[in-house]
Write a protein that binds this ligand. Structure first.
Ligand SMILES: [Zn+2]
Length: 195
């Protein structure tokens, strides 16, 4: 099975973080944030005139009605749809522009997988309690993989030591290609680097 890191394409409008309220839990061993539960809705702002079907802001993946309909049509699993608040759509000079954001929703990740592993089976230094890997160590990682016995089988999921980051199966990638979804990009996990 092939898996992908999901991101956006720089050529389209970008979604930015405005604010979100939430409760975070810190790992008792390393002190890093190992859990975050949002309270209320995510607030974003969009910048750029070229509309896509998909956007990625820090901590939030966003789709328009075309994207959401595709998820249903292709029986994609592992997500739930949530409302978001768009605090404005701006051009590159920060002038408000009149683009419709009323159909944009959050695609919240429900699917789960255990800790990511090095693609060649090399051991990665990490917290043995929460599995989180230091930024400096991450930069040395060249390609990661899914340990399939820890994966719940969802098309959309995230690693339990890489919070809120969307990973997907070939099925989502193929659906997006067939439907010509704009502003989504897939990086094979074995080629992914943090650098
Ligand atoms: Zn930890």
């Amino acid at each position: 099975m092939k898996y992908y890191y999901v991101t956006h394409d720089e050529k389209y409008a970008q979604a930015y973080y405005e604010f979100e309220d939430g409760a975070e839990k810190k790992c008792p061993k390393c002190g890093k944030i190992c859990e975050f539960s949002r309270i209320g809705v995510y607030h974003t702002r969009l910048k750029g005139k070229k509309q896509g079907d998909f956007y990625h802001a820090p901590g939030c993946y966003i789709g328009n009605s075309k994207f959401l309909e595709m998820l249903v049509k292709y029986n994609i699993t592992g997500y739930e749809i949530k409302d978001i608040v768009v605090d404005g759509w701006f051009d590159q000079r920060d002038n408000l522009i009149d683009l419709d954001s009323s159909d944009l929703k959050e695609i919240a990740i429900l699917g789960k997988c255990g800790w990511y592993a090095d693609k060649d089976g090399k051991e990665i230094k990490r917290c043995d309690k929460c599995g989180i890997i230091n930024f400096s160590t991450r930069k040395e990682v060249k390609g990661i993989k899914v340990e399939e016995d820890t994966w719940d089988g969802s098309d959309i999921f995230s690693f339990s030591n890489w919070l809120g980051v969307m990973i997907c199966t070939e099925r989502l990638k193929e659906a997006c290609e067939k439907e010509k979804i704009k502003n989504i990009r897939f990086i094979p996990l074995e080629e992914f680097t943090f650098a």
